[in-house]
Design a protein around this ligand. Sequence first.
Ligand code: ATP
Ligand code: MG
Length: 561
Amino acid sequence: MTSETSSKSNNFIKDYISKVRKENPSKQVVTRFPPEPNGYLHIGHAKSICLNFGLAEEFGGRCHLRFDDTNPVTEDPEYVESIKKDIQWLGFGWGEHLYHASDYFDQLHDYAVQLIKKGYAFVDDCSADEIKKMRGSLTEQGQNSPYRDRTPEENLELFQKMREGAFKDGEKVLRAKIDMTSPNMNLRDPLLYRIRHTSHDRTGDKWCIYPLYDFAHGLSDEIEAITFSICTLEFEDHRPLYDWFLEVLETPNRPQQIEFAKLNLDHIITSKRRLLRLVEEKYVTGWDDPRMPTISGLRRRGVTPASIRKFAETVGVTKKNSVISLSTLEHAVREDLDENAPRAMAVLDPIKIVIENYPEEKVEELTGQRHPKKEDWGSRKIPFTREIYIDREDFLEEAPKSFFRLKPDGKVRLRYGYVIHCHEVKKNTAGEVVELRCTYDERTKGGVTPEGEKKVKGIIHWVSATHGLPAEIRVYDRLFTVPNPSADKEKDFVEFINPESLIVKKGFVEASLKGIEAGKNFQFERLGFFFSDLKEHTPSNLIFNRTVTLKDTWAKVATKD
Ligand code: ATP
Ligand code: MG
């Protein structure tokens, strides 16, 4: 069922557009994603991307990518490239509709001139401080600027001089002339242009006056003939201004602004300023550190585009602010990887096992499925040898009855292989277990329980010590220990960084992973989902990042407390 026919969904904007299209089938769906190129995109932006590009796709329209580059000071081409890459990685495209707000500087200037001519804009000589003081507050009306009654002719001349560079930064501004008594602060003669003697990446030194956001944004939508201008809730109070520009300029296009609630997730932060601090002060290794909530960080962690899209769909689009649990995202990631990641075995904290009754030179090839539900993915060969590694966690010297893994004089089954029996525990001088001496039961190969014997309940993963490949395994966890690291105003959010958000292990992976390339997802059986690192992994230097655990371990922690 397409959204054109369905009734209510968890996306009120989709429902609204469906309704509009029912009443007016020729209404085009033209949306835009308008990032400011002053940082890397994060999971919140991903939601907006999925929404804008998704609606266009769904209703056979189009979505423009428009860089909102009206502020010449903070932008950086590195950000522009990363933004394009992230959108494409998520699976969306803008086709030929790549724009920049700076493409419209001439047209926006014309619109400003029209406003002046119509008596709807004036040049103000007041300083930024004076303007702020005269703006009033929510409980107090604003005051008219003493320059408000300049004639259109005088304003045109002054605006022209502003443009020609006759004045210094801050000496004059162009303001709309609306209503200083309006209860909506945005309508109290908002600023339209300010003087900035700064060159711009794309327009160079052509301009020394730059338009302000509210003016540039809405009218850029108008110029591009956007039909649905979707933005976050904080712009709700700006909508009357958005519409005012369209009305007084009698523009041919009338885009409609619709606001939705931002995506907020617990255990992460999305403020660009704070993310920049994490990078600059080296709490993380960069914007693409796998612990960052940036799209590039999630990608390097091993999160798939499909799971982000699924997540965005699951959380829906509403007008009510809420905080979504990070587990919801992790759940979407797990579901996708469970379906799509091949299986392999790895040992993160190796203890060596010597199987005394297994011949030294013998190598047997055991067989494992690549995916338990996908026959067509085939199988993998797993060499079994006299010396193997198991994970330290799977052995307990003083084990309770309920411990079904390996213990002294106990038995456990090796995945795809034999039942082994532990006879001897070897320790170093510090008392740490360094080796286990075991024997295997030849009759138990591939899950067989010999007649008359008790079934061995525990099954553990393992890697051949002679054939396994050394690998660095980066066990990532949540970056913050508390749901909202910025909540406590007395404390700096970096105090809540999880000291265990990255633990580096020197482990081993099964031989079938030989030559594996960067950027591959796996499930390491019993351990979680892992991803060969996009930046540092090579086929001869294996580095895997833990994407997510197999189960929600944080939920367990929370119920224990
Ligand atoms: P800034 O404070 O720098 O404007 P921003 O996060 O709004 O930060 P933009 O580059 O302006 O950054 O964002 C591009 C688009 O992404 C905007 O349309 C914005 O509404 C949307 N967006 C940003 N954060 C979220 C979020 N948490 N959830 C949903 N959409 C978001
Ligand atoms: Mg913004």
